[in-house]
Design a protein around this ligand. Sequence first.
Ligand code: GLA
Ligand code: GLA
Length: 673
Amino acid sequence: MQRWSEGPSGLVFGSDYNPEQWPAEVRADDVRLMREAGVNLVSVGIFSWGLLEPEPDRFDFDWFDDVLDDLHAGGIGVSLATATASPPAWLTQQHPEVLPVDADGRRVTFGSRQSWCPSSPVYRERSLKLVRALAERYGEHPALRLWHVSNELGCHNARCYCAVSATAFRGWLATRYADVAALNAAWATAFWSQHYTSLEQVQVPAHTSSFHNPAQALDFARFCSDELLGQHLAEKEVLRAITPDVPVTTNFMVGSQLNPLDYGRWAREQDVVSNDHYLIHGAYDDPRGELAYAADLTRGAASGNPWLLMEHSTSAVNWQPVNVAKAAGEMLQDSLSHVARGADGICFFQWRQSAGGAEQWHSALVPHAGEDSERFREVVELGAVLGRLGELRDSTVTNDVAILVDWQNAWAMESPTLPSQRVGHADLALRVHGLLRAAHTGADVVPVTAHPDDLAAVLSGYRVLVVPTLYLCDDTTAAAVTAAAESGTHVLVTYFSGIVDASVRVRLGGYPGAFRDLLGVRVEEFHPLSDGVAGELDDGTVGDVWAEIASAHDDTEVLVRYADGAAAGCPALTRRDLPSGAHAWYLGTSLDDEALAGLLRTVCTAAGVTPVAEASGPVDVVRRSSADGSWLFALNHGEEDATVVVRGFDLVGEVEVDGLELEPGQSAVVREV
Ligand code: GLA
Ligand code: GLA
């Protein structure tokens, strides 16, 4: 298969390119400026269906031929979209049933984008016709580097509740369960009179009088992820048949909130994993910490392989309450943060800022002000820096610590009927990652579903494994965590983990059922804490969010106990020493940042984990390495100076360094000697 990063050597640099918004004359300028900036890959056609097929089966490719030819003449490669993201008006006019329906039974109308039901056979047929036509026309085009299937599948249409979806859901259930009796057992339908006598009675979990059956809701979430993956695979199959050598991707939306698609599962179907990431101001104390986490999770989904950042923003977006613009240097540093964590390409939405349309206030490489702007000058500078980083292409990141995450667990935790709405899997994983990062310790974020066959082996490769609030834990995952510990991996499990199985059935006999033996702890009752009701622990720290009536086995050391409240005297932090030499730690409550950082430091020290580099101050340090050498990324994202012990050649500043002193906002990428 050809390389997706083929073309000008080095890393990919580019953007979405939507030239149909502009008169054709603008294109010459676009290509000139792309060359000036060092752009070498653009995604075209993402939202072009309406213009490429203005009427059913009448394709208008002439204008698109010119776009591809001009790009190629300019030496710019193309990530060619299958253009199926947004069906044209004629399709939904002729077949209104293609439009998705929300949980309240409202059908969306045409006038935005991605308005299609993932289970619609009409949409599937029409979209594949378009994919075939594009592949036949452009499969041999010399600019073609990569197929870009659809766009952010599921961004707006992840869960559709229409009648067609309900039928498809029943079909999915029929393959999952041997018969309706098996479904009844898995869903515990004996409760609340939900017993089914035929699969035909099963509905999608749309608007109901009260709570949904949690197993039904989880199966629906699984089904929805699978339905969209089915669309991806159907498009991929058409492409593969016509262009077997051209790699295929679809851009993910990996962020810290594990969204409706199980990207651990999806990543296994990608020739290259690509991701879109936007800083979310307001929702996070440290939006750039969230970026770092998302990038590490993207690499985790990609099983450690290099990946492609398909979209981020040069400056502000247009979909937050206040769209914060990037200060000078932030675009470069954000880009380097992705490269540090395994991205072999940095792309943006979009090339030229729209004059009209829904995204006219979203930043771009060429802003409204035009090329005579600080923003475009920074783009040119970014291109130059990325050009110098080409030598680290294909290098990888190796860390001693893993944080285990699972989309299915996140979906199970969407339930409104848990013991507490203050517990969360994704938030805790992000917090642990941030504290490790602040301690200059690298962490991989490993999704369970990225490793259906080798999870135990993968986890056993780490010195430390953190399992943050893994409420739902299937048998395979439980066995893999245990096997890792038994082979010498130090494991830290936090409260409300290992509680239910893959069907959301409680593992009986005392919590945390899946990890009771490994941890040597047995919990009889949860006592979740209301906001503002944190309790004292007997080491002087404070336990928040969670407390529980628990006891430890004889071979388990109780390190900290609850000092007040219903759980007073019960273990809050325990450690069991395993024959492998590893420790199995259990944290039964939520600690503040200082105490949790201290615990992580203790766990890492006991396991022999060392920082990525000796450093002080608010600096991210990440190392990529290959047979050819190693490169240390040092990104000062804070407001104080930082120092890093490293020797070599800084490819950003183009200078030999022996120790770094970085001002706020300053970054270095050192080829180490
Ligand atoms: C009500 C219902 C019960 C049960 C409880 C739970 O009282 O009648 O079936 O759901 O709430 O609090
Ligand atoms: C997503 C989409 C793009 C664009 C950006 C804006 O990532 O894929 O088309 O809408 O959001 O941030």
